[in-house]
Design a protein around this ligand. Structure first.
Ligand code: AMP
Ligand code: MG
Length: 292
């Protein structure tokens, strides 16, 4: 088994974490940023190593059955949520890892409070769950399109904080990532989709209609991140114009965070020396039988 190693590269947790209570100005965070000591080629190898470490930790988390990890991914259209899931979490053991996606709520979901469908998908002990969109949509798209009255969505930040505090207090480590891309990069990615028949299924008219609300979305994200980045459930703003850098930064942050949980394998439920003698006894019988 690999032991967690101390890494030599930039402290991405420190660099991209939004400190609780601090102001967020997305226009002042460069989506094109990348670590100058890395490039696409070096990132592939580093991500593979990080995944090995991440998988060791996932194994321990699963064995321990006490805590869990919830990763929230939010971004504008073409921001890279799907790619992040594939490239960062794609090697996790499916026994113990799950993705939950949140689209327009159904009539049934709308007839409950906004956290009802979210709560239902929150991780069990030992599990890693990745949210592809989340309860934050209820203060993002809902706010931008006035789907509920302002008085209603304004109350939700505190409700989200209460909910996340409760999950954290019950053993869930929460990490929330905003994949920050530029408007130009979004259009590039829309073009890539148009040019690639394999990706035509991803195109929706909403991509273009929502783009008109770019500034409103940026403002809604700033408020959500500012009001809901907490010690137990921090937000990270990840420069995401470079897909390789986005994957590297998120891999690093997730790996370091689960390593910092200090999860040990649980002690055996049995007396190993006793079991060893049972094993040797069984082996003796099996060998005696062979000689017959
Ligand atoms: P996609 O992730 O591209 O498949 O799109 C899912 C769509 O569902 C996006 O346009 C989201 O904004 C929308 N959506 C997700 N959650 C909500 C919500 N709570 N209320 C309204 N729309 C939502
Ligand atoms: Mg979409």
């Amino acid at each position: 088994m690999l032991l967690p190693s101390k890494s030599t590269f930039m402290n991405y947790i420190k660099k991209f974490r939004v400190k609780p209570g601090s102001k967020v100005r997305l226009s002042e965070i460069d989506p094109d940023f990348s670590d100058k000591d890395e490039d696409k080629k070096s990132s592939v190898e580093k991500i593979a190593k990080l995944q090995e470490q991440m998988n060791v930790m996932q194994y321990r988390l699963f064995a321990e059955q006490k805590r869990s990890l919830l990763v929230v991914l939010q971004a504008l259209d073409a921001g890279g949520k799907d790619g992040t899931i594939r490239h960062v979490f794609g090697t996790m053991n499916p026994q113990g890892c799950r993705v939950a996606g949140f689209k327009q709520p159904s009539a049934e979901e709308l007839s409950h409070d906004f956290l009802w469908r979210i709560e239902h998908q929150s991780p069990k002990r030992g599990e890693v769950v990745v949210f592809n969109r989340s309860h934050y949509e209820d203060v993002l798209v809902v706010r931008v399109h006035n789907l509920v009255h302002k008085d209603v969505w304004k109350e939700r930040y505190e409700q989200i904080n209460d909910f996340e505090r409760r999950l954290a207090a019950n053993g869930t480590q929460i990490l929330k990532f905003f994949l920050h891309i530029s408007k130009e990069e979004q259009l590039e990615r829309f073009k890539d989709r148009l040019d690639d028949p394999e990706r035509h299924w991803k195109i929706s008219e909403a991509d273009y209609s929502e783009r008109k609300y770019w500034d409103d979305y940026q403002a809604a994200y700033e408020d959500a991140i500012e009001r809901c980045s907490s010690h137990d459930a921090p937000w990270f703003v990840i420069p995401s114009d470079h897909k390789w850098f986005r994957n590297l930064a998120i891999s690093k942050i997730v790996t370091e965070t689960i390593e910092n949980l200090g999860i040990e394998l649980p002690p055996p439920h049995v007396d190993i020396d006793n079991i060893r003698s049972s094993y040797h006894e069984a082996l003796g019988w099996a060998e005696a039988k062979k000689d017959d």
